[in-house]
Design a binder for this molecule. Structure first.
Ligand code: BG6
Ligand code: MG
Length: 214
């Protein structure tokens, strides 16, 4: 039975994915490396260093770790500037009703994000207080598809993994949920996402009954 639902943040609860893309694109342009929206699909769910290294590799560039740190800092400063306007209006439709239904059913709500900005973003979305536990990139060593961030969330919630459902929009995230021994629900396109028990176009399409029957 379902005792907790653990959500990814970027691309599931809000569309910050586009701002990550703009910021990486600006950096890639500066480095003279071609980078488009299709490339960006590969970076969903991938942490900051992993994303930078993916872009550098595409450009056939390898840098010292000091240079990598400097570029990550630049990208993040730009990203923070781009998301500066985020308000509760940026919460995807359907999120609040689903959270309310979960709360009323006594099902715990967790977050498992690859972003170091997760706490800031959920604060700005106005939903921070609704999470029973937040696991993010600041609290783990291994990035998705490693299950660490989902396992940490389950531990923080006090719910055993088989009683948890994970909700993800990234292939790396679905893999992380499965490796954590949880049930995976995907948000997005069935043509590109594999390994989930169910797939929905967006959070608004998920009902409490669906979750109880997974
Ligand atoms: C993930 C996003 O949630 O977080 C990625 O899908 C992003 O696009 C990653 O790169 C890391 O985010 P941050 O905020 O720590 O740079
Ligand atoms: Mg995501």
């Amino acid at each position: 039975s379902c005792r907790a639902v653990i959500f990814d943040l970027d691309g599931v609860l809000t569309d910050t994915a586009i701002y990550h893309f703009y910021a990486w694109k600006a950096l890639a342009d500066k480095l003279g490396i071609a980078f488009d929206e299709h490339d960006n699909e590969q970076l969903k769910g991938v942490d900051r260093l992993g994303s930078l290294r993916w872009i550098l590799q595409k450009g056939g560039v390898s840098l010292s770790s000091a240079d990598e740190s400097r570029l990550m800092q630049q990208k993040n400063a730009h990203y923070l500037q781009l998301i500066d306007h985020i308000t509760p209006d940026n919460l995807y439709p359907g999120v609040q009703p689903l959270f309310t239904a979960l709360r009323q059913s006594g099902i715990k709500i967790g977050l498992a994000s690859a972003s170091k900005n997760a706490a800031f973003v959920v604060e700005r979305l106005g939903i921070a207080a609704q999470f029973d536990y937040i696991a993010d990139a600041n609290k783990v060593i291994n990035s998705k598809p490693d299950p660490e961030v989902f396992l940490l969330a389950a531990k923080g919630l006090g719910v055993a993994p088989p009683h948890c459902i994970g909700v993800e929009d990234a292939q790396a995230g679905i893999e992380a949920i499965n490796r954590a021994g949880m049930k995976a629900i995907a948000i997005g396109d069935a043509a590109v996402l594999n390994g989930a028990l169910k797939i929905y176009p967006d959070v608004a399409a998920i009902t409490l009954t669906d979750l109880l029957n997974v």
